[in-house]
Design a protein around this ligand. Structure first.
Ligand code: PLP
Length: 362
């Protein structure tokens, strides 16, 4: 099975949109070329549309989603600040580590993996925190945490949300939900290879930027000049031209389809998987009502071995799914249906392949 035939149905990356693959082959121009600067402005404008925000400071950090997370914390946390973090999976735990390294007094709100965090518990965890942080779509568990109640009840706190696996895949309205700081990654529902971290920051949050964060590269005080579309763009670092071509094309594909249609396509794939997997003996692990359509966590029928089953899927059918991590390592599969991969035909192929595996286990 050749690599180009693979269907990426793990927790990421997803298969890129065809427009994205084409964009990656475009000739590289200089990073100060006026045409490229125009494209950069367009990327930021497209990101505003996909994040649903009017935030002036909206751009793609030149590094992966984790750099988006790091930028979100180091620019707003001063040593000793109280930061409430919801933890119901790997990425909530990573937020605690990142916030702690920036000097935060981290107040963890723990929830069992596979279950959503009750927003009221996050609001009640501290009377006046500097930041309330949560992962919108927990890729390690397939669970959606609700964010709108946090925006409504946050008071003076800044609401910081990890949108790595939610952007473009499920409903997300940054301004409508009162989110102050949100970051994402390109490799999930945007259908672009990994390498950039879209980030958006509200004007209110910008008023309280840390003057000199510990990171030079992620210092938003410096990056602001590079991002600005007013013609006075200052050199900060050399933009990863080809990745930005790719993101521009991926966002273009999402916007051409229409954001609501894109969410509906993800939902239809998730609904189909959630309805049909139990018929094959797989169980749905994530809490009902909070299951992500773009990332399904499924327990395995007793006849299927985790490693042998995933290897057979890859070798026989060219389909890659992810294994479980943390408390459910070896017990669940994480099936991604994201970005360009979220197509009915891929769901049909996967379900057919799983039916064959169940009938003839490896
Ligand atoms: N946050 C979430 C929810 C993720 O799923 C991931 C990656 O899978 C990250 C953060 C980190 O992103 P990256 O691996 O691109 O650094």
């Amino acid at each position: 099975m050749s690599r180009t035939d693979r269907i990426l149905m793990g927790p990421g990356p997803s298969n890129p949109y065809p427009e994205v693959t084409e964009a990656l082959t475009r000739p590289v121009v200089g990073h100060l070329d006026p045409e490229f600067i125009d494209l950069l402005d367009e990327v930021n404008e497209r990101l505003r549309l996909v994040f649903q925000t009017g935030n002036q400071l909206t751009f793609a950090v030149s590094a992966t989603g984790s750099a988006g997370m790091e930028a979100a914390f180091v620019n707003f946390v001063r040593p000793g600040d109280d930061v409430v973090v919801g933890v119901n999976g790997v990425f909530g735990a990573r937020m605690c580590d990142v916030a702690g390294r920036a000097g935060a007094n981290v107040v963890e709100v723990l929830e069992e993996w596979g279950r959503a965090i009750d927003p009221q518990r996050l609001l009640d965890a501290h009377p006046n925190p500097r930041i309330i942080a949560v992962v919108h779509a927990e890729t390690s568990t397939g669970v959606r945490n609700d964010i709108a109640p946090l925006g409504a009840g946050k008071g003076d706190a800044l609401l910081l949300v990890d949108c790595v696996t939610s952007l473009g895949g499920i409903e997300l309205d940054v301004d409508g939900a009162g989110v102050d700081i949100a970051y994402s990654g390109t490799q999930k529902c945007l259908g672009v290879p990994p390498g950039l971290a879209p980030l958006t920051v509200s004007d209110a949050a910008l008023d309280s930027l840390v003057a000199k964060p510990q990171s030079w590269y992620l210092d938003l005080n410096l990056i602001r000049g590079y991002v600005s579309g007013d013609g006075a763009r200052a050199y900060h670092h050399t933009a990863p031209i080809s990745m930005l071509y790719a993101l521009h094309a991926g966002l273009g594909a999402v916007l051409e389809e229409g954001l609501a249609n894109c969410w509906a396509r993800h939902r239809a794939c998730g609904d189909e998987l959630h309805a049909r997997l139990p018929e094959l003996g797989f169980g749905l692990w994530a809490q009902e009502g909070h299951r992500l359509p773009q990332l399904t966590t499924a327990t395995l029928p007793s006849s299927i071995d985790d490693v042998a089953g995933r290897r057979a899927l890859l070798e026989r059918y060219g389909i890659e799914v992810g294994g479980g991590i943390g408390p459910v390592a070896g017990k669940v599969w994480r099936i991604g249906c994201m970005g360009h991969t979220a197509r009915r035909r891929n769901v049909t192929l996967l379900l057919g392949a799983l039916a064959e595996l169940v009938a003839d286990p490896p």
